[in-house]
Design a protein around this ligand. Structure first.
Ligand code: FE2
Length: 507
């Protein structure tokens, strides 16, 4: 039995422009290159990347697909309509079946949310702010198709993708019963914690997909906000019935010989950890750390009987285990390394393959527009490298390199480390003799600059094992030994020690 898991498609409405251009007019609506390079995901390539993912899944003969949330750019009806047109076409032509959960970009709780994006037409020139807020002063363009959906809107729009009993399934239920009626199937009321659209479905004989809606909302600064940081901590606190339902499902699955796989938009475990046994703890940069759940949440989910959980949200590929729970981080098609996951279930076994996108027909649809924008403004080397990419895989690699410099290095590290970027590792380690001695085994690494080590950290963090395999063995081996030496000494005062600890947590 095989299924595909696709996370964070973030479909941008390329051909409809959220109502700004007419679908089928021959023109396209593009996000600007500047916004693309300032974001952790690419926008204009999402359509081509999603089609390439779906075609690859069809080619493999897989017909069941889970969309792990953030399927839309930002919950706009224009983007959701574009997504549904694609899903319908694959249902009709290939008999595919889609089961969906929401991410933090798909719906905004009890209320809608205004969205505004700078868009150009295919020539890439004269960007205009297209907004759902009709109070935005001209020359902004008002389009209601840009308005981010409330959760009630989203569940209505996507009802046929798992939120009501789908055709041709062997079993379907929600934490609240078996009613096919959306209004009665879920306790939709003004309590934001009540907006829980979780369900269990059996699309293939013996395979139970537990699709958990982990969006919990709260009121902040006069608006509803989703608790996307450490989401599972909030879900378990605000939905006391959740663990009981999961435990009940797991017990029934085990009794009736069903393979149980769980899915939600958010990680159920911290995606990088260090230490062993009782000393196990999350180890990541501050920005990542605040987004990760506590180990206690993972322990409770494991205790309830979840063995396999698939998460999106972080746009990375990875696998982490704790207390009999495996969390598989499913990468996004629109951020490095770019791909999705194929799950093969056998007699009690689960095998996960990361399917990486390389050749994506039409990924360069926006290249002419990017070139036009680069010609008009003085843009840095990362822009030029990204435009020059020869295939989609290179494009995402170059984009990620730009993101490391323009976002991660600025946000994640103290000025001390940023100022040391060009200093060779040998020089940085000379202040710590117990670490400097490691260099004798890897003489070439000494001349390596700190910037390269930082870059390796982010690429490994995003690409997981496959990225590691592509790096020289010598470097990975050095990072491991550095981590072990640090672990033995317990010292983590210098920036390079801190970096080595984080690297070791990924290896
Ligand atoms: Fe996302």
């Amino acid at each position: 039995m095989q299924i595909a898991v696709v996370a964070d498609v973030h479909l941008h409405d390329l051909y409809g422009g959220y109502g700004w251009i007419e679908e089928g007019s021959g023109d396209i609506a593009l996000r600007t290159f500047e916004e693309t390079m300032a974001s952790t995901r690419v926008f204009n390539e999402s359509h081509a990347a999603f089609m390439a993912v779906l075609d690859d899944i069809v080619r493999r003969g897989i017909r069941v697909l889970v969309l792990l949330g953030d399927y839309s750019d930002d919950g706009q009806p224009g983007a959701v309509a574009a997504l549904k047109r694609i899903l319908s076409s694959y249902e009709e032509r290939h008999g595919m079946r889609f089961f969906v959960t929401f991410g933090n970009h798909d719906c905004f709780g009890p209320a809608t949310r205004h969205q505004a994006k700078w868009l150009t037409k295919g020539d890439g020139l004269d960007p205009l702010l297209v907004t759902s807020n009709d109070e935005t002063p001209a020359p902004a363009v008002f389009q209601i198709g840009m308005l981010g959906m409330s959760t009630a809107d989203a569940v209505e729009a996507m009802a046929n993708y798992g939120f009501i009993r789908p055709d041709k399934v062997l079993h379907w239920e929600t934490p609240f019963g078996h009613s096919d009626d959306l209004a009665r199937g879920y306790p939709v009321d003004s309590n934001p914690a009540g907006l829980d659209f979780s369900y269990l479905v059996e699309p293939l004989e013996g395979l139970w997909l537990l699709i958990l809606d982990a969006n919990v909302f709260h009121r902040e600064n006069g608006a509803w906000q989703v608790r996307s940081n450490a989401a599972w901590d909030h879900v378990l606190k605000q939905r006391p019935y959740m663990l009981n339902w999961i435990a009940n499902v797991a017990e029934r699955a085990s009794r009736s010989g069903k393979m149980l796989l769980a899915f939600s938009h958010y990680p159920a475990l911290p995606l990088a950890m260090t230490g062993k046994g009782n000393m196990r703890r999350a180890a990541s940069t501050p920005d990542w750390s605040k987004r990760m759940p506590s180990l206690e949440s993972g322990r409770l989910l494991a205790q309830a009987g979840i063995r396999w959980h698939f998460s999106g949200h972080m746009h990375v590929a990875g696998r982490i285990e704790y207390d009999s729970l495996v969390n598989l981080a499913v990468p996004s098609p629109v951020a490095y390394p770019g791909g999705y996951v194929v799950v093969t279930c056998g007699e009690g076994s689960v095998d996960c393959e990361f399917a990486r996108l390389k050749d994506v027909p039409g990924f360069d649809t926006a290249t002419a527009a990017y070139n036009a924008q680069v010609r008009r403004a003085d843009m840095g080397p990362a822009f030029h490298e990204t435009i020059a990419a020869k295939d989609y895989s290179d494009f995402l690699h170059a984009h990620q390199k730009g993101v490391i410099t323009s976002i991660h290095l600025q946000k994640d590290w103290p000025p001390g480390i940023v100022e040391s970027l060009n200093i060779p590792v040998r020089q940085l380690l000379s202040a710590a003799p117990y670490l400097a001695s490691q260099l004798k085994h890897w003489p070439d690494i000494g001349e390596f600059q700190l910037a390269h080590m930082l870059e390796d950290y982010y690429f490994i963090r995003s690409g997981g094992e496959e990225t590691m395999r592509a790096l020289p063995d010598e470097r990975i081996s050095f990072y491991r030994h550095l981590g072990n030496a640090l672990h033995a000494s317990g010292t983590t005062g210098m920036p390079i020690e801190y970096l080595a600890t984080l690297l070791a947590a990924l290896l």
